[in-house]
Design a protein. Structure first.
Length: 188
């Protein structure tokens, strides 16, 4: 199980644990109306329906990473529901194929010397699978090479240089300080 999925599962577990806690009691605590079992099932059903619609919508829009997260939430909500597991697995497979294609295109662009195109393809791969180490490392390497090529050995700021044959202007003399009023110099 990868880190984002584990984080998602941990977040869902915390959310469910917070819902299952006991209501506050003692002086000053307001009574909390607990939902009836039927209301709880209705709320879960609404949430499930909204997530299913959202997952399908995200898939249609090409936002596969977000859609995969949403399908994973539905799998956590209903682990025995086979269509959710199948849809999540199919989407993970599509993402893996698309990432492989983007990596291939990036490497081909690098071989041609098209560094900007390569960076674009690596970014697309990371958009599909944010924890893809190979794409992240390759993108970092491209950025290091770009920085080395453009900035290494160059001054970080402009410096004023004296041109040959031109003398630097002499410093201006500072004006003399005026005596303060009421001093000995004002007396006749």
């Amino acid at each position: 199980m990868n880190r984002p999925t584990a984080a998602l599962l941990a977040g869902c577990a915390l959310l469910l644990a917070g819902c299952a806690g006991t209501p506050p009691s003692g002086p000053g605590a307001e009574p909390v109306a607990l939902p009836l079992p039927g209301q709880q099932e209705q709320a879960i059903g609404r949430f499930e329906g909204e997530q299913r619609v959202r997952a399908l919508q995200l898939e249609d829009e090409g936002q596969w990473a977000d859609a995969a997260w949403t399908w994973e939430v539905l799998v956590v909500l209903r682990p025995t529901h086979a269509p959710y597991r199948e849809r999540a697995a199919a989407l993970r497979q599509r993402i893996a194929l698309a990432v492989a294609e983007q990596l291939e295109r990036a490497q081909a662009a690098q071989r041609r010397g098209a560094q900007e195109q390569a960076a674009t393809h690596y970014l697309r791969a990371l958009a599909l699978q944010p924890d893809h180490a190979q794409a992240a490392d390759a993108l970092r390497a491209l950025e290091r090479e770009r920085n080395r090529r453009l900035y290494l050995g160059k001054p970080s700021r402009l410096t004023i240089q004296r041109r040959d044959g031109l003398e630097a202007a002499p410093p201006r003399p500072r004006p003399a300080a005026k005596p303060a009023m009421g001093s000995q110099a004002d007396a006749p």
